[in-house]
Design a protein around this ligand. Structure first.
Ligand SMILES: [Zn+2]
Length: 446
């Protein structure tokens, strides 16, 4: 049955307005005034509660097939639905096989079938010497490519050297798809390691010093040069250093096709506040200083950072090495699909950002990065009816049972946050409402 989703605050690309969002067969066909809803529509009236476009997370490690004991399609997409995300784009690593060939992509599709509570898509990998797999992967439907300039922290997915990247770059450019890069170079990290000597690896400061800003800066400069040379669309994933913002701004002013993301953990935490031994905070690049964090917020405000995505990267609790608290031995990754929306709104509302900014940074722009911008990421005619009802005035305290991930560990447990996801709809279907999930997964690959 056709539905009308009604609110005094519908967050559209043109602004926030009172409207009824008319949905039929999973698609928004138009917006109208509340009094103009045609007969035959089931009305869902949310009063003053804002309706946002379903969030799109273009940086998620679902880890299935192969490491389903770390996460998996069922658990990740449930956490997503509870968090207001209606589309995930899966990273090509930490799963086995890694998504670096067409058969591996097919294995992933097989693994996802019948398990997804929200829609999903796949990134492919540029890894080692697989340049010849780039065009076939694009033809098979990946949305773009991810590569690492440094060891990715996990056996299997290979980093690329400059030479390997230069072999793959023309193929990527030919596809017109973006190249997403983990931008840290090994040189500055190796230099930092030898300077650390016998430092105490339980201290957060040791970990921070082991991955200096210079590793990100030098990688970004290398990548901007290759972008200029080969003309591929460059996307910098999880920018952690605000020191790179000038270079990135200059590159864009020059006309290079560059986009940039950062993540909630870089915008929420500060190195000064991370307790020694708290390996739940380990991720790479690392969470940096308080001043740096505010620099990243400035980057968001000025438009130098395009989007915010989670880099949801869970692991079994024992891999966090909680008993030793050693940052050098712990898995790097922070999972936040189910809490990223209130987490971001807490920081955004305190700094004068609006719900429109949130929709742009967490739905519209990630959707565009993945080439889904004709059907995902906006409340507009012709778009999928992916909607989130959000209470921006509510307060929540994060507890393990609201994480919904396979492993309920998080540095956010105990945090008081502003904003609460009330319900999520994917193509008009309720996937999450007030703590309950749809009985059957109905997410599809898009
Ligand atoms: Zn990642």
């Amino acid at each position: 049955m056709a539905q009308a989703f009604v609110s005094a605050r519908v967050v559209t690309p043109e602004g926030i307005r009172a409207a009824a969002v008319l949905e039929a067969e999973g698609v928004i066909h138009r917006l109208c005034e509340r009094g103009e809803i045609p007969s035959g529509y089931a009305v869902r009236d949310f009063g003053e509660l804002p309706i946002l476009p379903g969030l799109v997370d273009s940086h998620v490690h679902i880890n299935e097939p192969g490491r389903t004991e770390w996460e998996g399609f069922r658990t990740a997409t449930r956490a997503a639905a509870a968090g207001g995300y209606t589309t995930l784009v899966d990273m090509p690593l930490n799963c086995l096989p890694e998504t670096t060939t067409v058969p591996a992509l097919e294995a992933k599709r097989q693994a996802a079938r019948g398990k997804c509570f929200v829609d999903w898509a796949a990134w492919g990998g540029v890894a080692g010497d697989n340049a010849d797999d780039v065009v076939p992967l694009a033809q098979a439907g990946v949305k773009g490519f991810k590569c690492f300039l440094i060891y990715p922290g996990c056996e299997g997915f290979q980093m690329v050297t400059r030479e390997q990247l230069e072999r793959a770059a023309p193929h990527v450019a030919q596809t017109g798809l973006p190249l997403l890069v983990h931008a840290e170079l090994p040189g500055p990290i190796e230099a930092a390691a030898s300077a650390l000597g016998g430092a105490d690896w339980r201290r957060y400061e040791t970990y921070l010093r082991s991955r200096p800003d210079e590793a990100e800066l030098s990688a970004i400069r290398l990548l901007l040069g290759l972008c200029r040379k080969y003309g591929f669309r460059l996307h910098i994933v999880h920018l952690a250093t605000a020191l790179a913002l000038n270079d990135l701004r200059d590159a864009r002013q020059e006309g290079l096709p560059v986009t940039v993301e950062t993540c909630p953990h870089y915008l929420h935490f500060a190195a000064e506040e991370i307790p020694d031994g708290s390996t739940l905070h380990k991720c790479a690049p690392p969470i940096r200083s308080r001043d740096n964090r505010e620099g990243l917020w400035d980057g968001l405000r000025d438009g130098d950072i395009d989007l915010v995505v989670t880099d949801h990267s869970p692991c079994p609790p024992e891999l966090k090495r909680g008993e030793s608290g050693r940052f050098d031995q712990a898995w790097g990754g922070i999972a936040s699909l189910s809490v990223a929306l209130p987490l971001m709104w807490t920081g955004m509302s305190a700094r004068g950002f609006s719900l429109s900014d949130l929709a742009r940074l967490m739905a519209e722009k990630p959707s565009a990065l993945a080439g889904l911008d004709r059907r995902k990421g906006k409340i507009a005619s012709g778009y999928d009816a992916d909607l989130v009802v959000f209470d921006p005035e509510a307060e929540i305290e994060v507890s393990a049972d609201v994480l919904h991930t396979r492993h309920r560990i998080s540095p956010y447990v105990g945090k008081r946050l502003r904003g609460k996801v009330i319900a999520s709809y994917v193509r008009g279907k309720t996937v999450y409402a007030e703590g309950s999930f749809a009985e059957e997964p109905s997410g599809v690959e898009v």
